[in-house]
Each structure stands twice: as C-alpha cells, then as structure tokens.
Design a protein around this ligand. Structure first.
Ligand code: F6R
Length: 241
C-alpha cells in the first residue's frame, strides 16, 4: 500500500487526477471504477481540465460506478447517474455508451445485480477503482456488517450514512434507505485501487481501516489484503496515524 499525504482537498484532487490520467494514458481502453460523493468532485474537475487541455483522451475509456440509490430515477438530481453526468461525463470525451451505473429503478433487483457483475466481467474487470470512504468505514455502500458481501447487491443504508448524506437532500426523510452497490469482492477484484480521504472527521476511521484488524465491521479494512492500493489523504485525515 502506498500512502500519499497531501496538504488539503485541492492537493488530494490534483494528485488523484494525475493518477487516473496516468492510467488512461498507459491504457487508453481501460475500465475505470468510479465513486460519487463530495470526495471525488475536485478530482473530476481536474480530469475535465486535463481533457480540455487535450492531455488525456477518454474516448476509449469504459467505466463502472460503485453504486446507485434504490428508487431514484436517473433524471433526479440526487441520483448518482445525474451526479456522474454533471461532474464528469458531460465534461470529458467519454462515450456515454461505455459508462455503467446500476439502475436504481429496476423491477428485478436480483437480475440487475447479477447483470452488473457480468457487465464488469465482460469488460475485463476494473483496471483502476476510485474509492471514497464513509464515516463508518464503508466503501461503495458496503456498510459495517458481520461478513464481507461478494458481488453487487442491494443494501440497507445505516443511520450514519443516511445522516451523512442528508446534506444533499431537501430533508432527511428524502434520503433513500437502500442502495445497489458493488460488493467487496467486486471492489477487491480491481487491478488497482485508489482510495481518497479528506477531513478530520474521517481520521479515526481511516486509522482503523489502514492499521486496525481486518474486519467487516470496518469494511475498508479489507483493502489491507489488496496488493495494489494507493491512498491519497490530506493531513487532517491522516492526523490520527
Ligand atoms: C459513493 C460511495 C461512498 C462514498 C462515501 C464517502 O459512490 O460509494 O462510499 O465514497 O460515502 O462520501 P463523501 O465523499 O461524500 O464523504
């Protein structure tokens, strides 16, 4: 595991964008695993600049997002589909047909989840998976549990996650209570993982994830078992280490 300690959110975003850009330059037809939330927004803005400057060409890139809320339509500005278009896909030259996000409105969750794993496998697996981390150590929406879920599945969000995500919604009652997420097995099968963490609020859980026991109670702790993880975290997030 390589840990880059950076000063602040801006530096984290630039460093992360450099790593993603390097992946695309080295393998133009690569598969990127992508995250949503506040953490990668700055990185996406940096990637958009790189594309504008013609430093990176996304035309052959494929992508698979980590997760999507259940029951939220793609046109809803709180859907992760909407988020990805707003922050990245509309700003780079990726072919939208090559982007994948679980369908939160599916009538057949089981088939949707199985199909999502198949899509990822058919693309040859994820080359570089970008991750943020929840305040409770979740990655994707794999919440603390008694086991590590393997494939894409439907998950009931914990109160901690609902509270944390309430800032994006008009009221806490509007926050969906469940989501589709890549499983821990799906995430761990990525060839390379890039974990981004910022802010003092995540200092204790980041320390637990990187140096504590490997336990499904801290889902991100499983990253200790992956042989190619890069962590880019700011001074505040690394302050407990
Ligand atoms: C988002 C995702 C989540 C977030 C995590 C942190 O696709 O999978 O694991 O990365 O909840 O969210 P932020 O970045 O908003 O603190």
């Amino acid at each position: 595991m390589t840990i880059y300690k950076v000063k602040n959110y801006d530096e984290m975003s630039k460093k992360a964008a450099d790593i993603v850009a390097a992946q695309v330059v080295l393998k133009p037809e690569c598969v990127l695993g992508l995250a949503t939330g506040s953490t990668p927004e700055g990185m996406y803005a940096e990637l958009a600049k790189k594309c504008d400057n013609k430093d990176v060409d996304f035309s052959k890139v494929k992508s698979a997002n980590l997760d999507e809320y259940v029951g939220i339509d793609r046109t809803n500005d709180q859907s992760y589909y909407y988020y990805m278009n707003k922050h990245l896909f509309s700003k780079i030259n990726i072919d939208k047909a090559n982007t994948n996000i679980p369908d939160g409105m599916t009538n057949d969750p089981e088939a949707e989840c199985a199909n999502y794993d198949k899509k990822i496998a058919d693309m040859g697996g994820v080359d570089l998976q970008v991750l943020g981390m929840g305040l409770n150590g979740h990655i994707g929406f794999n919440e603390p549990d008694t086991y590590f879920p393997k494939g894409t599945h439907c998950v009931k969000l914990t109160q901690s996650t609902i509270d944390a995500n309430a800032r994006f919604f008009a009221s806490i009652d509007d926050v969906p209570k469940s989501a589709y997420t890549m499983g821990i097995g799906t995430i761990m099968s990525a060839k390379k993982i890039l974990l981004l963490v910022n802010g003092a609020k995540k200092a204790e859980i980041l320390k637990a994830a990187l140096t504590g026991p490997i336990t499904p109670d801290v889902p991100a702790s499983i990253l200790q078992l992956h042989n190619d993880v890069i962590v880019v975290a700011d001074e505040e997030a690394l302050s407990a280490m």
